[in-house]
Design a protein around this ligand. Structure first.
Ligand SMILES: N[C@@H](CCC(=O)N[C@@H](CS)C(=O)NCC(=O)O)C(=O)O
Length: 215
């Protein structure tokens, strides 16, 4: 990216899949336009073909040579991570571990899709019961083991904050902030390594954002 590139991130006015991208760019002090699409305008814009794959987030890199538009939250997050030094430049093993966690985050996001789109509350709650009692504990256990394999350093990959931590921070927040009917905020309380990691990332993230803002 040249210095003259203008970056624009399009997403809804809540964190969701854009939360980690916004964080990474802010921590890296990378200027970008944070464009919030009101949910009621989304379908119209999608029908008009404004989004490459029909969903958000969408990201523009505008230079004098033109504008590159892209979709896919993890691809955009890796780009933001490279700019912000929250990915890795040449450590392929570290990249592998970060990518693994980014895909874990998307696997979990995808699991939530059907119940998010379900309009019938009884059917929605039946789906959420299976998620809360079976599916999500299975995936939380995978995440727990991943953290233990990394040595419970407080981070997902190695000993430093990366885009993987920011991705999973927002996935876990979504699972436990009580915005999902039928998913209790205590969902992950018994996953000790996840809880310890979350406490660490919550404070590291806040400190890094505050440091970037005050520079
Ligand atoms: N694989 C895509 C999924 C994109 C996606 O499904 N985005 C959701 C918001 S988080 C969306 O646009 N939903 C609106 C809809 O499909 O109606 C990514 O990771 O960016």
């Amino acid at each position: 990216m040249g210095n003259s590139a203008r970056l624009r991130l399009y997403y809804f006015p809540f964190p969701g899949r854009a939360g980690p991208i916004r964080d990474a760019l802010r921590i890296g002090q990378i200027p970008f336009e944070d464009i919030h699409i009101p949910p009621e305008q989304f379908q119209k814009k999608r029908a008009a073909g404004e989004f490459p794959f029909g969903g958000l987030p969408v990201f523009d890199i505008e230079t004098s040579a033109g504008t590159v538009r892209s979709a896919q939250s993890n691809a955009i997050l890796r780009y933001a991570g490279r700019l912000s030094r929250l990915y890795t430049e040449d450590d392929y093993v570290q990249a592998l571990k970060i990518d693994e966690a980014l895909d874990l985050g998307e696997d979990i996001n995808e699991l939530l899709g059907p119940s998010l789109h379900e309009q019938d509350m009884d059917r929605k709650l039946a789906m959420r019961k299976v998620l809360a009692e079976e599916t999500l504990p299975y995936w939380a256990n995978c995440f727990e083991r991943l953290l233990m394999t990394n040595g419970n350093t407080g981070y997902i990959a190695g000993k430093h904050l990366s885009i993987a931590d920011l991705k999973l921070y927002w996935v876990i927040d979504f699972l436990t902030n009580e915005s999902l009917d039928g998913i209790p905020k205590t969902l992950l309380d018994n996953f000790e390594a996840v809880m310890t990691w979350r406490k660490n990332i919550t404070s590291v993230r806040e400190a890094r954002l505050a440091a970037a803002e005050n520079k």
